[in-house]
Design a protein around this ligand. Structure first.
Ligand code: ZN
Length: 66
């Protein structure tokens, strides 16, 4: 798994837990997913991982369109 840290200069994003715009730490992770029904095996999907710097809640979101 490859983790690429981005800069911390991201603007605030909405945190569902805080219910407010808060600073977030944003990283991209490439997660290898296996497909059970296929011998062809693996797809590597980019996920955008955001961590609220206020409460620590993380969320992952597929980022195929990046
Ligand atoms: Zn939060």
């Amino acid at each position: 798994m490859v983790t690429t840290a981005t800069t911390d200069s991201q603007p605030g994003e909405r945190c569902e837990n805080c219910n407010a715009m808060t600073p977030h730490h944003v990283t991209l992770e490439i997660i290898t997913e296996s497909e059970e029904d296929s011998n062809a095996a693996f797809s590597r999907e980019p996920y955008r991982v955001t961590e609220c710097q206020q409460c620590g809640t993380t969320s992952k979101q597929r980022a195929n369109n990046l």
